[in-house]
Write a protein that binds this ligand. Structure first.
Ligand SMILES: [Zn+2]
Length: 233
């Protein structure tokens, strides 16, 4: 073994200690995210609506994007935060462009949308030690800074994962309170994954209750829709 090889081997060993050594999407060794999985996270705009609230998303919540999101949210793979920031930024930009262009959910016209984050439950905070969507949004470098803590939980809810659509809406019902600072603002609800839309509806209800307007929601990923990209769910 030459001195050069020895040095290179030592550097690789050192890197393996500080860097994740398996792709968060497919498990391939030596890369945080391999080229194929990076390509699977390339955003493609999609919009659908839940009870008249448009939802912009960038990725289908299945396959590689789903695995990367789960690795990020529940597998401690915070190294993929930058890779997820791009699709979130894309969804927010699409929402901004379309909602202000066409009038949006509550008729937001022209004004820049204020990003409003859905809060984590205390249990989720304890489990992760950070707010996953907030960390991604902070890396997304969107033009309008979000109003942090614009929504808060008025009671602790169960984790939405593993609940049926009916259970999800019951679990979320009247669980959020919006800051009075949202009054007369054109809000864009931001969440990581939208499945049934129950959380988005509850966030919209809370924002409207303090006199805020809801232009729509933006998410990194959305569960695949039956009946096409523009289907009502
Ligand atoms: Zn991969």
């Amino acid at each position: 073994m030459t001195a050069q090889t020895l040095i290179r081997e030592s550097l690789l060993d050192a890197a393996a200690i500080v860097l994740p050594v398996r792709c968060a999407g497919c498990g391939r060794p030596d890369r945080s995210l391999c080229d194929d999985c990076s390509a699977a996270l390339r955003p493609a705009a999609r919009v659908d609506a839940v009870s008249g609230i448009p939802i912009w998303s960038s990725l289908p919540y299945e396959g590689i994007p789903r695995r990367v999101l789960l690795a990020y949210k529940d597998g401690g793979r915070v190294d993929v935060v930058r890779a997820l920031a791009r699709p979130l930024r894309f969804a927010v930009a699409e929402a901004q462009r379309e909602a202000t262009g066409r009038g949006g959910g509550d008729g937001a016209g022209g004004a820049a949308l204020l990003p409003v984050l859905v809060p984590s439950t205390r249990a989720a905070w304890r489990r992760r030690g950070y707010h996953p969507t907030r960390a991604v949004l902070a890396r997304a470098h969107i033009l309008v800074p979000p109003l942090w803590r614009a929504l808060r939980l008025s009671r602790q809810t169960a984790d939405q994962a593993g609940l049926t659509a009916t259970e999800r809406s019951g679990n979320r019902e009247s669980s959020l309170v919006a800051s009075p600072r949202l009054a007369r603002r054109d809000c864009l609800i931001v969440d990581d994954i939208v499945t049934s839309g129950a959380t988005i509806l509850e966030a919209a209800r809370a924002i409207r209750a303090v006199g805020g307007r809801v232009a729509g929601a933006a998410a990194i990923a959305r569960t695949p829709l039956r009946g096409g990209a523009h289907a009502q769910t």
